[in-house]
Design a binder for this molecule. Sequence first.
Ligand SMILES: Cc1cc2nc3c(=O)[nH]c(=O)nc-3n(C[C@H](O)[C@H](O)[C@H](O)COP(=O)(O)OP(=O)(O)OC[C@H]3O[C@@H](n4cnc5c(N)ncnc54)[C@H](O)[C@@H]3O)c2cc1C
Length: 648
Amino acid sequence: MSTLNSKIPDGPLAQKWTNFKDKQNLVNPANKRKLEVIVVGTGLAGAAAAASLGELGFKVKNFCIQDSPRRAHSISAQGGINAAKNYPNDGDSVYRLFYDTIKGGDYRAREANVYRLAEVSNNIIDQCVAQGVPFAREYGGLLDNRSFGGALVSRTFYARGQTGQQLLLGAYSALSKEINKGSVEMYVRREMLDLVMIDGKARGIVTRNTVTGEVEKFAAHAVVVATGGYGNVFFLSTNAMNSNGSVVWQCYKKGAFFGNPCMVQIHPTCIPVHGDYQSKLTLMSESLRNDGRIWVPKNKEDAEKIQKGTLKPTEIAEENRDYYLERRYPAFGNLVPRDVASRAAKERCDAGHGVGTTGLAVYLDFKHSIERLGKSVIEARYGNLFQMYEKIVDENPYETPMMIYPAIHYTMGGIWVDYELQTTIPGLFAAGEANFSDHGANRLGASALMQGLADGYFVVPYTVQKYLADQINVPFFKTDTPEFEKAEKEVKDRLEKLLNNKGTKTVDSFHKKLGLIMWDNVGMARNKEGLEKAIKEIKVLREEFWKDVKVPGTMDGVNVELEKATRVADFLEMGELMAYDALNRTESCGGHFREEYQTKEGEAVRNDKDFMYVSAWEYAGENKDPILNKEDLKYEDIEVKTRNYKEA
Ligand SMILES: Cc1cc2nc3c(=O)[nH]c(=O)nc-3n(C[C@H](O)[C@H](O)[C@H](O)COP(=O)(O)OP(=O)(O)OC[C@H]3O[C@@H](n4cnc5c(N)ncnc54)[C@H](O)[C@@H]3O)c2cc1C
């Protein structure tokens, strides 16, 4: 077991980041161009980091899978981004955002990081407004806010249901300016397939050009990975089809610890699964819970009739509806955090009150808000989401309630990083959803965009600079060294092994099986027996994959099946680590719900005495059990309590 140094700066909580910035080492402008940085990813975290490092004067190489940086997964974010501006004057503050985030994460996040996140949240809004991001405004012209789960204030800035897209366009314009200046070299359609280390430090990457098929090598003084989350290990999720965990996994196998792999977020408001041949789930933004009320029929008989199609939701009288979130959590009501809302939906459906043909859905109803505010107001707030719902479900949500059910959405776990967002590999930094840093066991809505942009615009530019300050005499690295050649050969061998396997089953068929194992055993509810079963089943499936997977085509040119195969091969290892972590954590906290640890009312029972730590897993080698390292969490500014959303 290694000792983890989270490098939290000295001083009072509110002073730590200022102290860090005041005392850190800087690189003089003339020396910055002698230092190269690789940034992998062009989502909000990667694009913001690449643009900011380029603007500072470093030589940046930026990579992404898509044909354009602005098509990264972040573009799908709908609902909004949090900040502690307190524009509505409803009692918000940096401390309150910090407090809500720690509480929302069920006291499993690092205090100092979360405070910094809340502190820089306001700078993000200023930065984005200056870039021209068209945030929604009130009639008087001021920026508008709405509410998201786990908060009693309105602190979410938004651009209709397209906040991620608008923020990404802002980051993309900042990035484009640097590309035009020559400080950032952009490499699109490149998939990172390995990390290269020289003398124990991260010094480069190996990629495959997904258009020509060429395997390429790139060197730098430091590497920042911002490659997003690994939710697609579940096959069905709200993530983009290209989202993958492979870079996180490559770094783990090279020695970076993996923080809290089992911490996965299940989002309560997704369009329910509707068939066996589905490959994607669609999110209905959490913002809808501002105006939509969630309910199921009070009587099971009504639910059964709805499932059979003999009764319509609009025919159920008000007194026969159970607004179960408002009933169970009067203070937060429909705006409880996602883990709480998801479990409550599952509980009602398991008890036989679910709707839709499968019984695995609950209603999100806008009837009362349309009566109160008028259809045009609802349309202005959520028009594009309603349209999307109607296209998929073929029902008009202005007239009949939407059907929703929880689905895999976000991964709180990720590469373990210290306060400087540096991993356990010197010179390797991780930003955005790819790291584990700020959300503990559950992320609050609208806080992922905040974290991605905080990391990219405001943290990485300082901390990478600090790391590079003593390397100004280290010359540019070449890629014809033994370390690069070895990594390149290993990548090519692996790709060839997949192509030469000549099995009988498709990559997707394995991914789908893995997804089912994960959802059934490592999903919304977990228990010892199921987790042990999952670990065994994943091992068997992995062996079968390497024996019988069929990857058509060749290395040259476009080969989407080959791309999928490398990712699924990694998921087949990562899923096992997630189950391992979930098995080890014999408590319930946030999104990690162990059925053995719950109250009579079905609320999570945490075990602070034994589990107030971040699990930081270390790779021990092929077919060896991973090693558990622990980062103990200390709460000095917040009193640790049982989460309570029944009262304010
Ligand atoms: C439907 C949906 C709606 C959401 N809505 C909200 C919201 O309203 N508010 C909120 O705060 N959060 C929201 N989220 C979460 C949020 O969008 C993500 O957590 C966030 O955008 C992640 O940003 P990122 O920069 O870390 O990674 P991503 O945006 O996932 O970007 C990853 C980048 O890495 C690149 N990449 C990945 N693998 C490789 C590789 N092997 N080689 C090279 N490049 C690679 C990709 O090309 C991409 O450029 C939503 C998520 C979903 C799925």
